[in-house]
Design a binder for this molecule. Structure first.
Ligand code: ACO
Length: 507
């Protein structure tokens, strides 16, 4: 734990509290009452969340944002007890009490570090079993971003991702994720130049894209996965173990810049159309649509797509990001890590299918059918596409922003979607009370992409392109501070050792 604890007064302003946390390099401080008892705890995330909600840090007091009457642990509680509280209650900091006074602040980081050491069992003993799906288990430290499901927000390097999507270009946020900071204008100019230069295909790849696009059973995401793999080989990317951090980032930028180029070539070849080279004067989002259609997109369409792309660049320690990190942890190259990540994203439980929500709108057809359709679906035990989320038990912030984007670009489908959404939320509330079901990212993602002209089978591949930026940030982070990820499994098969059946022979 952090000992002695950093303490702040309840009437300090958020700016002052943030300064105190920063000065002591801690994530949370105890708020004490006049007798020295714990009145509350205030953390960086409390402050961050309040700023995200638009409060004024110079006039808002700690007492307004802190967690009052926090859960505490005793100094002699075990690491396992603390870990259980972190896991089940989703806290990140806990005050530690000794003789009724705060003796320190325990952070989830302290516990994960110690838990790791505790779980190194003597040879021969069974490893501790993590929860299925690793739910609630922190397996790495990351400074790229985080999802705060209960609070309904996610961030990139501390900045509210929705605010970034509203106010920044794809390249600005890309720079933030891979270089660690938002660029100033000179840095942005240089970064843009590098991403544009990195869009040229390496020799030998184009004819193979042709072949891929004409294979039977073509699927855009499967073809993209293969194309990324072969492009990595053509670029001769090297094992991350053998190259510098600068080279890792250079290779990452090259592949992330090329991903949409590969996807659009595949798409056009599959349609029997000639390739369209990206216009060097266009940014990532506008060039994305220009390569798709062959014409410069309207500013509103490019900006709408750009917001979607920024919103989907990263989303905490999701399965594909984890996959990319596992592959990088072996010292493997970026091409392999990205290929594996696309493979993980291809699963319907992860990459989903934003087109399913659109298919539901099509099936409903007209507003007067909405209520009956939705009631019938739920009555039949089906799930409404675009509603519910494992992590968000409040509005999915991505759906809130994409609803706005859909309304801005307008059109009949956007209006119809809003009507269906309102009806669905009312019906879900009535037929599934207490389940905390809200609109998720898929509902409006499909509407936005459809309206700007992205074909339905390109929805998940489009997601893969933007997520490539998040993957490369995670790959660079893993490579910079690597340890081979090699967990254990609990063996549950027949007791070992078994003798081979009598007389069983080589055949
Ligand atoms: N429509 C109707 N009921 C739902 C829905 C839904 N979309 N989602 C959950 N429920 C109900 C369940 O039927 C269950 O009801 P019950 O208590 O009567 O059995 C209850 O809510 C809890 O369901 P869980 O399965 O525990 O919820 P979970 O958090 O595991 O599910 C999931 C999350 C898979 C996203 C789910 O909400 C779902 O299937 N939604 C529809 C598909 C969809 O939109 N997927 C995209 C998700 S966004 C993304 O992955 C990027």
């Amino acid at each position: 734990m952090h000992k002695p604890p950093v303490t702040v007064g309840a009437d300090l302003t958020l700016s002052e509290a943030a300064h105190a946390l920063d000065e002591h390099k801690v994530g949370a401080a105890a708020v004490l009452d006049s007798d020295g008892g714990v009145r509350g705890i205030v953390s960086e995330r409390d402050i961050l969340r309040s700023l995200g909600q638009g409060v004024d840090p110079a006039s808002t007091r700690v007492s307004e944002v802190m967690t009052a009457h926090p859960v505490t642990v005793a100094a002699d509680d075990s690491v396992a007890q603390a870990l259980e509280i972190f896991r089940t209650r989703q806290f990140r900091h806990l005050p530690v009490l000794e003789n009724g006074h705060v003796a320190g602040i325990l952070s989830i980081r302290h516990v994960v570090r110690v838990a790791h050491i505790e779980e190194v069992k003597p040879a021969g003993s069974a490893p501790a079993l993590a929860p299925r799906g690793l739910e609630g288990v922190a397996v790495a430290e990351t400074a790229v971003g985080d999802v705060r499901g209960e609070e309904g927000f996610f961030h990139y390097r501390g900045y509210d991702a929705c605010e970034l999507a509203r106010r920044c270009s794809f390249e600005q946020v890309w720079h933030l994720l891979v270089e660690g900071e938002l660029p100033d204008s000179a840095q942005l100019r240089d970064f843009r130049g590098r991403t544009v230069a990195a869009r040229s295909l390496p020799g030998g790849v184009d004819p193979l894209l042709h072949s891929l696009a004409t294979l039977p059973g073509y699927s855009p995401l499967g073809a993209l996965r293969t194309a990324v793999s072969l492009t990595g080989a053509a670029l001769q990317v090297e094992p991350t173990l053998d190259i510098s951090a600068v080279q890792v980032r250079a290779e990452a930028l090259r592949l992330a810049s090329l991903t949409p180029v590969l996807l659009m070539r595949l798409h056009r070849y599959q349609q029997g159309l000639p390739a369209v080279d990206p216009d060097p004067d266009l940014g990532y989002a506008a060039a994305y649509l220009q390569m798709l259609t062959g014409t410069r997109p309207a500013e509103t369409a490019a900006r709408a797509l750009e917001k979607y792309l920024v919103l989907t660049m990263d989303h905490g320690f999701n399965s594909s990001t984890f996959t990319a990190r596992v592959i990088t942890s072996t010292g493997s190259d970026i091409g392999s890590a990205l290929t594996g990540a696309i493979g993980a994203l291809a699963g319907p439980l992860h990459g989903g299918a934003p087109s399913r929500a659109l298919a539901m709108l099509d099936a409903i057809g007209t507003p007067d059918h909405a209520e009956e359709y939705l009631r019938d679906e739920i009555g039949a035990g089906h799930r409404l596409m675009g509603f519910g989320h494992r992590v968000y038990k409040t509005d999915d912030p991505r759906s809130t922003l994409l609803r706005e984007v859909a309304a801005e670009i307008g059109g009949e489908q956007a209006e119809f979607a809003q009507f269906v959404e309102a009806t669905a939320l009312r019906v879900l509330n009535e037929l599934k009370p207490g389940r905390r079901l809200y609109t998720n990212v898929e509902f409006y993602a499909g509407v936005v992409m459809n309206t700007v002209g992205v074909p339905r089978d390109m929805f998940t591949p489009t997601f893969a392109c933007s997520r490539t930026v998040g993957w490369t940030a995670a790959i660079a982070e893993q490579a910079a501070s690597n340890r081979l990820i090699r967990p254990s499994a609990l063996y549950v098969g027949p007791p070992a050792l078994r003798p081979l059946p009598e007389g069983y022979a080589y055949a």
